[in-house]
Design a protein around this ligand. Structure first.
Ligand code: SF4
Length: 470
């Protein structure tokens, strides 16, 4: 499933026992799965003495963890590599060494080009080979030339990676599924992440328990096509995602469960029911539909019609009346006419979204849509995107305004932007802040929402007396 969460550009922290002897800087683009992967790479390098660096300048190793979803992704990587080449040369002139690695989907898709165009890169590794990083670092220190690992041995990766030590906050991300067999016309994931793979349930539950023991109150289950998860159960049978969620809900101290990103075709009855029966499962679901036109859904190889999405939205809201939906949209896929676009607008009007991500179609080399005739002109795509985004923005604002006056539980995650504020997330994933002690981080507290801003909410904490009445 294409992801739409904002890029992360911050060092990944991984604590080692004692002072780290070397410094690691990871720049992460793309989705939460890439953020999770960056944490795991930091974890796998921690035993080698790598601790966090705040900047590439102070790092002994720099990893660019790349994403291939967005337009010109590889060009951005190459321009970063140009800057890092100068840094590497400066360090070498000063008698220091800096290992430079490119990881993630651009590495998987364009490994050969990276080594040809940027021979100063030491390591190129695809998303399934992070467990081999220590071995690759050792090989790079012995041999000249780039070390490349872009195989697809998924199960080995999860078997060999250490625990996700880098994740310490109230919200943790746990990858349960990787890859995709859907082959949507516009998407590189099946080519860069490989076939669908589901981790066994026991390994997931054990990792979740450890996350909770380290302070996680909310776990977001991650997968490119997460609701296609069908893993081996402890008794040898096969569980679907709903059964896994029930098992996770039994973990003491785990207050919230989410999962992302899902495909409409994999929303089965048990998963829909779970939204009504598992209180820990948050009433917010990111369910990409991409288009409201049956003709475009077919051209995109999505494997369903708009009617399925309408039915799912209704059934989910029947199961959990306060459930809010989020989605992804692509405008200007090859062949999209004004009528197709109008069908997307109608779908948005009819379903109503609390949040959505929308993008102009842009061709990804090697994907079927890239070679299709009837590419839509950029100016037309721009107009359609603006129209769609205006509607989505209006719906988001309406949803946030409708929350004002409501009471809800908020998971506090840390200090707010201003002194004396504490910040957190509502059940519907809205950022929220209130006057209160930072020490509330990690607690689920009852609040009354008092104001809606463009990208966040304000609230007041409810006192014990009000709590008792709520
Ligand atoms: S479901 Fe489609 S969009 Fe999502 S990862 Fe698979 S191929 Fe890509």
């Amino acid at each position: 499933m294409t992801s739409s969460l904002p890029a992360q550009d911050r060092p990944i922290l991984s604590e080692t026992a004692g002072s780290p002897r070397k410094r690691l800087y990871i720049r992460t683009w793309g989705c939460q799965m890439n953020v999770y992967d960056s944490g795991r790479m930091a974890d796998v390098l921690a035993p080698l003495g790598y601790g966090p660096a705040e900047t590439p300048e102070e790092a002994d190793m720099v990893i660019l963890n790349t994403c291939h979803i967005r337009e010109k992704a590889s060009e951005k990587v190459f321009s970063d590599l140009g800057r890092l080449r100068l840094l590497k040369q400066e360090k070498e002139a000063a008698g220091q060494r800096m290992v430079l690695a490119v990881a993630g989907c651009v590495a998987q898709a364009e490994g050969a080009e990276i080594t040809a165009r940027a021979p100063w890169v030491d390591l190129v590794l695809g998303p399934q080979t992070y467990h081999r990083l220590p071995e690759m670092v050792a090989r790079a220190s012995r041999a000249a030339g780039a070390q490349i690992e872009t195989d697809f041995p998924v199960e080995q990766k999860f078997d060999h990676l250490p625990d996700a030590q880098g994740q310490q906050g109230p919200v943790a991300f746990l990858t349960i599924q990787e890859g995709c067999d859907k082959f949507c016309s516009f998407c590189v994931v099946p080519y860069t992440r490989g076939a669908e793979f589901s981790r066994p349930a026991a390994a997931i539950v054990a990792e979740a328990r450890r996350m909770v023991a380290r302070g996680a109150r909310e776990i977001a289950l991650l997968g490119q096509n997460v609701n296609a998860w069908h893993g081996e159960a402890p008794d040898g049978s096969t569980w679907g995602l709903a059964r896994l969620i029930h098992a996770l809900a039994e973990i003491d101290g785990l207050a919230r469960i989410r999962y992302t990103t899902s495909h409409p075709r994999d929303m089965d009855d048990a998963l829909i029911r779970a939204h009504g029966t598992v209180p820990q499962l948050m009433p917010f679901l990111h369910l990409p539909v991409q288009s409201g036109s049956d003709k475009m859904l077919q051209a995109m190889n999505r494997g369903h019609e708009a009617e399925l999405f309408f039915r799912l939205a209704d059934r989910l809201r029947e199961a959990r009346p306060d459930l809010a939906l989020s989605s992804d949209f692509i405008v200007g896929h090859p062949g999209e006419t004004a009528e197709d676009h109008a069908a997307t607008m109608r779908l948005v009007e009819k379903v109503g979204f609390a949040l959505a991500y929308s993008f102009k179609y842009s061709p990804r080399p090697g994907t079927p849509a890239a070679d299709q005739p009837f590419q839509v002109a950029e100016t037309v795509k721009d107009e359609r995107l603006q129209e769609l985004q205006a509607l989505l923005r209006r719906q988001q604002d309406d949803f946030n305004r409708a929350c004002v006056g409501r009471e809800c539980d908020v998971l506090m995650t840390g200090a707010g932007r201003h002194p004396g504020q504490v910040a957190g997330r509502t059940p519907w994933l809205q950022p929220i802040h209130a006057i209160g002690p930072e020490g509330l981080a990690g607690q689920v507290v009852r609040v009354r929402i008092t104001a809606a801003h463009p990208n966040s909410l304000s609230a007041t904490l409810l006192d014990e007396k009000e709590l008792a009445c709520a």
